[in-house]
Ligand binder design. Structure first.
Ligand code: CO
Ligand code: ZN
Length: 329
């Protein structure tokens, strides 16, 4: 599991540039499902048959990153965000482009930290001219952040745990499931970080009876943190509400019963902000009952996110339990 998370987080695939991560997951799953397909927007769907009802599981493959907007005479790059990034977390960070080109983020002089906006930042490729920069990257090139994986034992630190840890959970669940009682549509979605886009078209095509997204959630367990109930190490989080979804009571109850019955540690999640693929899926066609199994994660949308492997394991077991539970259809 740790190795899988390490490999998944090492890949650079910002929103709209999911080819590398998709190729990796495709290879990982080729022997564990009945069918693997890629849809128009680029979502990867691993199908495993097992019953009448259609269960869609969704984890997003994309990660936050940047896109080059302009290149100046000295070869410095200006950029815009791809997904939610905070300018205060960017100074000194490294970015990696698709071809492996690396750069570091620098900042213009400011008098007050409050003046720091994305417009004050630039990427330094270590070149001395516009021509030299353009030989490496062009306007429109995207990059993801580059940060190494750290193994702390029970916990790991990595970039893009949002949502590569969700991808790892879904991959592992598909490998472990023995007797699926539903037709499983394991959807590895694109462009979640820019507005839950891939999940929307995937769900429209599948028209599932029930959907479960697997994603990370914020925690309240660090010094002077926002008052949130979620904490690392307390189990898989069953979402009750975020800014895009109010989980239907029967979906929340189903997941809670499955956790209770199987002795899986769980906690409830109320997140006053943010959303996941489930927020888009529930509004598809005439509506899809949807829920979320979350993995608590510290330092979200930074380059050093942290999860607890016991929560990851609990999430895998809860996903398997849902796969093996016949949904009335
Ligand atoms: Co995110
Ligand atoms: Zn996410």
């Amino acid at each position: 599991m740790k190795e899988l998370i390490r490999n998944l987080t090492a890949i650079s695939s910002p929103s709209g540039r999911e080819e590398p991560i998709r190729a990796f997951i495709q290879k990982e799953l080729e022997n564990y499902c009945d069918e693997l397909k890629v849809d128009t927007l680029g979502n990867l769907i691993a199908v495993k048959h097992g019953g009448k009802a259609k269960l869609q599981l969704a984890a997003h493959m994309d990660e936050i990153g940047i896109i080059v907007t302009a290149i100046d005479k000295q070869g410095f790059l200006r950029f815009a965000n791809v997904g939610g990034i905070n300018p205060h977390r960017l100074y000194g960070q490294r970015v990696r482009f698709k071809d492996g080109t690396m750069g570091v983020i620098g900042a213009e002089k400011i008098d007050d930290i409050k003046e720091l906006t994305l417009e004050k930042l630039f990427i330094d490729l270590g070149v001395t001219s516009e021509a030299e920069a353009k030989a490496k990257v062009g306007v429109g090139a995207m990059a993801a952040f580059d940060h190494s994986f750290v193994d702390l034992g029970h916990r790991v630190i990595a970039k893009a745990l949002d949502d590569r840890v969700g991808c790892a959970v879904l991959i592992e669940a598909l490998k472990r499931v023995r007797k699926p009682q539903n037709d499983l549509y394991c959807t590895f979605t694109v462009q979640e970080e820019v507005g839950l886009r891939g999940a929307r078209t995937a769900a429209f095509d599948l028209d599932p009876d029930l959907a479960i997204a697997i994603d990370v959630t914020d925690t309240g367990d660090t010094p002077e943190a926002r008052k949130l109930a979620m904490k690392l190490g307390a189990g898989a989080a069953i979402k009750v509400k975020d800014a895009y979804l109010i989980t239907p009571p029967r979906v929340k109850e189903l997941l809670t019963e499955l956790a209770e019955k199987n002795g899986i540690p769980y906690q409830f999640e109320v997140l006053p902000f943010g959303g996941t693929d489930a927020g888009a899926i529930q509004l598809t066609k005439a509506g899809v009952p949807s829920g979320v199994i979350s993995i608590p994660c510290r330092y979200l949308h930074s380059h050093s996110e942290m999860v607890d492997l016991n929560d990851v394991e609990a999430a895998v077991r809860l996903v398997v339990a849902a796969m093996e539970h016949p949904l009335g259809g």
